[in-house]
Design a protein around this ligand. Structure first.
Ligand code: AMP
Ligand code: MG
Length: 417
């Protein structure tokens, strides 16, 4: 067995390592699904424009299609309204001539000869069909008109592969006639909770026992990132049990373990992984909670390539923080997503908080406010095992290392849930 070498990284360094690993994971398979069944999934093929968008010069207003030049001079005598064109129709009459106007609705194609639309609010029709622009009203050529193909050309890539099919992408796909789309298959993520104290949901609890909540939290987090969670039976804190369960989990696309990575006498996960042939990328991080996190890879049994694993600290808030910061980017890559790193926002501290001299802190926090300003306050907690406090949080406040005190009113980063 190889000698244990510790490698403890700053948050930024650890993230960079995960992102580097993410570059190397194989692209997942593709499957074709009805459009709405694919919502939330990762596109495996781009959404391509079916035709020029708009397919014709389109009026963006209800009003009157006119020739823009000479509109001001037309105030006195007015313009003759020669017809109406509604959305869904095309004007089949002769091209518009000087002195003429065509009543047009939003979304209708522009008639030949016209180059702008006078809004209905800026004109009046009197004397049995004579249009009078309001005094002094002029129009630029092209005003209130989107030219053919200005939004996209036929065949252009509207959404690249690797993006999540959210509501905006569903709208685009629908606008291009995609009844079905091609998305990436979900990577399988094995979840292995370790601990002698753990009891499953329907089992009877002994006094000193606790329920296995991490497997469920992780399954929910995995599901939210387009992974297929596979919950393994709890591994007890013995080398034998860990060996067997790791063997069962290493066939997945990603293996997540929780617990057993600290310095305790029964924290055997790192050794069990090493014994299984693991290479470690890092064995700890300078973050809190989450310091004991380990990341590495196992050779695929009897095949080529590697299965990445994370040994997540057992305390439930550490587990969640490490998932959001480090598992998410790798899982997104395994799911075929091109955007991987978590996105942070900014908020102002509603109250002061202690920072960490040597660790970047990611503390459960309540983020509030509206568009005029977002505030954040730490949720009082009893430490990284306090699931009740975590339940009162809607995100995490980030306190970069090296600063002892963060004062009320300061701007800090937050990670939204
Ligand atoms: P460990 O990392 O194994 O030392 O565990 C740290 C703390 O997290 C201990 O208090 C454990 O009881 C708790 N813990 C470990 N695994 C789980 C789990 N699957 N669900 C809930 N709590 C856990
Ligand atoms: Mg344990």
């Amino acid at each position: 067995m190889a000698e244990a070498v510790e490698r403890v990284l700053l948050y930024e360094e650890a993230l960079a390592e995960v992102l580097r690993a993410a570059e190397t994971v194989p692209a997942p398979a593709a499957e074709t699904l009805p459009l709405l069944d694919a919502a939330g999934r990762v596109l495996a093929a781009p959404i391509v424009a079916e035709r020029d968008q708009p397919p014709f010069a389109r009026s963006t207003r209800d009003g009157f299609a006119v020739r823009s030049g000479g509109l001001v001079e037309a105030v006195a005598e007015g313009l003759r309204v020669v017809g109406t064109v509604r959305a869904g129709e095309a004007w089949t009459g002769p091209a518009l001539r000087r002195g003429e106007a065509l009543e047009i609705m939003t979304g209708a194609p522009m008639p030949e000869g016209a180059d702008a639309v006078l809004m209905v609010e800026h004109a009046a029709v009197r004397d049995g069909g004579v249009l009078h622009p309001e005094a002094g009203r002029s129009l630029r050529p092209g005003e209130n008109v989107v030219p053919r193909g200005a939004e996209a050309r036929a065949g252009a890539e509207l959404v690249p592969a690797g993006r999540v099919l959210g509501a905006a992408e569903v709208a685009l796909a629908a606008s291009c006639g995609y009844a079905e789309v091609t998305v990436h298959a979900r990577p399988q993520v094995a979840i292995l909770a370790t601990g002698d104290e753990l009891v499953e949901l329907r089992e009877e609890l002994g006094e000193a026992q606790i329920r296995n909540s991490n497997s469920y939290a992780l399954a929910a987090l995995v599901g939210g990132e387009n992974g297929e969670p596979l919950r393994l039976p709890i591994a007890r804190d013995t080398s034998d049990d860990l060996r067997q369960r790791i063997a069962a989990g290493r066939g997945a696309d990603l293996l997540l373990l929780s617990g057993g990575v600290s310095m305790g006498k029964y924290d055997l996960v790192e050794d069990a992984l090493r014994e299984a042939g693991a290479e470690f990328v890092f064995t700890g991080t300078k973050i809190q909670p989450g310091r004991p996190l380990v990341f590495g890879r196992l050779p695929v049994a009897g095949g080529e390539g590697w299965t990445y694993f994370f040994g997540l600290p057992g305390n439930p808030i550490s587990t969640e923080v490490c998932f959001r910061l480090f598992v998410t980017p790798l899982l997104r890559a395994l799911a075929g997503r091109t955007e991987r790193a978590p996105r942070f926002a900014e908020a102002r501290l509603a109250e002061g908080i202690h920072g960490g001299a040597k660790v970047t802190r990611f503390l459960p926090a309540e983020i509030a406010g509206d568009w005029k300003g977002v505030t954040v306050r730490q949720v009082p907690w009893q430490g990284s095992g306090d699931l009740a406090a975590n339940g009162r949080a809607n995100g995490f406040v980030v306190l970069p290392l090296g600063v002892e005190e963060f004062r009320a009113g300061e701007t800090v980063r937050v990670l939204l849930r």
